[in-house]
Write a protein that binds this ligand. Structure first.
Ligand code: 2HG
Ligand code: ZN
Length: 463
């Protein structure tokens, strides 16, 4: 260990696993944004809560910045280490610690992959219902840090709803035990909720007690083709009124073309500008019949032009792939991403303005949009043309994001719905949160992390 700081860390914590090879710095220093050049000091891989505390105490004493790191599937740069930070990877802390059948809770370490959490819940005949396409590689600690949403929010809410307790290491190395799994706890400030969505700037989650629930009833998956944008909210209102929706996801034909080019199977013939994947309870004939009646009504009204209902689990998975495969199909192009939300009632007005804005500001540039329309959450992926240099492209996108932020502000929306602020959206935080709120947020940060060593530069432009 030639670096004096690392040598000192090694002297203080000789048993700590530390990586500092070029390949490791590259691997652990970046997330799915792929925009920043990774340049961490090293990677610490603690195996126990005490080791996490010891690393944080050292970093606090030495004023070394620490980037907490999970699956690094984030899309806002929240886990990027590009400034000599120590990456604190929680990947070795990936075990189930406890299942409590009476409380219906699963206590896990933060490095557990979401899919493994699903499987562990399933073994006990229950489910952890937060779910999204990155389930195979994102970690539960990262989900908590960003209050991850996904495709079942319409039924179950965000990660926030499913956390019964947290153990967290604050910026001075102190271990906090927050809420201890209680359902009722009216004893002052709820720091557990404050930690959720704080993007590693207040503390490092070292243990989480997750609420579990009953498995959902049997469901069916339907793909609908829509003739125009106006039909989208009509179909949503109709389906929500008549069916028990588990998911209602939307994408454009532009998105579909990318997924098909990436190997997915076409499910509906012809050209249609918009699509919806809906999943709904279909426990009995009455519910299945209700879905067909709703579909026929939508056809009569001209709100849908075609549709298919999956007849098997394999077909359902194939329909879901059309929606869930979008991010992966675009990844090689390293899109510029926006992840915005408005209240569901504000979606039609916002969409109209947003479409006009994108058409105006991105002439000749391919824009792919899709999202969780039933939650008022849209993802916009902008693809760089080959003949436009990266820096010029980002500058143009930043300019459009400023306009988008102003549009969102008029509609009472948010510049980040579920991906967090990280590095990517920090310049726009003030479009969603007031100056008074931001000052309070920074004040809170000082309380939990007095020397600002936890994920500095993320969330706020200046600490
Ligand atoms: C999704 O909903 C994810 O698929 C990713 O939140 C969104 O890639 C994106 O922009
Ligand atoms: Zn999403």
């Amino acid at each position: 260990m030639s670096n004096p700081r690392l040598a000192q860390l090694n002297r203080r914590l000789p048993g700590l696993r530390v990586l500092a090879e070029a390949g490791d710095l590259e691997h652990y220093g970046r997330d799915w944004t792929r925009r920043w050049t990774p340049a961490p000091l090293a990677i610490a891989l603690p195996d126990t809560v005490e080791e996490v505390q010891a690393v944080v105490r050292w970093a606090n004493d030495e004023r070394v910045a620490v980037v907490p790191s999970g699956g690094r599937t984030g899309l806002s740069g929240g886990a990027v280490a590009a400034n000599g930070e120590l990456v604190l990877s929680l990947e070795r802390m990936n075990r189930v610690l406890d299942f409590n059948a009476v409380d219906r809770t699963l206590t896990v370490q933060p490095g557990m992959i979401l899919q493994q959490v699903h499987e562990a819940a399933h073994e006990h005949g229950l489910v952890y219902p937060v779910d999204f396409a990155a389930r195979g590689s994102c970690s539960i600690g990262g989900n908590i840090a960003t209050n991850a949403g996904g495709i079942r929010v319409i039924r179950h809410g965000n990660t926030r709803e499913w956390i019964a307790g947290l153990k967290v290491v604050a910026g001075n190395g102190e271990l906090l035990e927050l809420n201890r799994g209680l359902i009722k706890n009216s004893s002052g400030y709820d720091f557990r909720q404050l930690m959720i969505g704080s993007e590693g700037t207040l503390g490092i989650v070292v243990e989480a007690t997750l609420k579990l629930t009953e498995p959902p009833p049997p469901s069916r998956v339907m793909l609908l083709a829509l003739p125009d944008m106006g039909a989208l909210m009509e179909v949503f209102a109709l389906f929500r009124a008549r069916l028990a929706l588990q998911a209602f996801e939307f994408f454009t034909d532009v998105a579909l073309q990318h997924v098909l080019a990436h190997g997915a199977q076409r499910a509906i013939e012809g050209n249609h500008p918009y699509y919806v994947v809906a999943e709904f309870d279909a426990a009995d004939e009455r519910q299945q019949e209700a879905a067909l009646v709703a579909f026929e009504r939508a056809l009569e009204q001209g709100w849908v032009s075609d549709g298919v209902i999956a007849q098997s689990e394999a077909q359902a998975a194939a329909l879901w792939r059309l929606r869930e495969g979008i991010t992966e199909s675009l990844a090689p192009r390293r899109p510029y991403k926006n992840d915005v939300s408005v209240r569901v009632s504000a979606v039609p007005g916002f969409l109209e303005e947003m479409q006009a804005l994108l058409a105006n500001e991105y002439p000749g540039i391919e824009v792919v949009w899709f999202g969780h329309i039933g939650d008022g959450n849209l993802h916009i992926n902008v693809l760089r043309p080959d003949d436009l240099a990266e820096a010029a492209f980002i500058a143009q996108c930043e300019q459009v994001t400023r306009l988008l932020a102003a549009t969102l502000q008029r509609h009472g929306g948010s510049i980040s719905a579920e991906h967090g602020i990280g590095l990517v959206k920090r310049a726009y935080l003030a479009s969603t949160r007031s100056a008074a709120e931001i000052a309070l947020m920074q004040g809170v940060r000082k309380v939990f992390d007095p020397h600002g060593i936890l994920n500095p530069g993320k969330l706020f432009e200046a600490d």
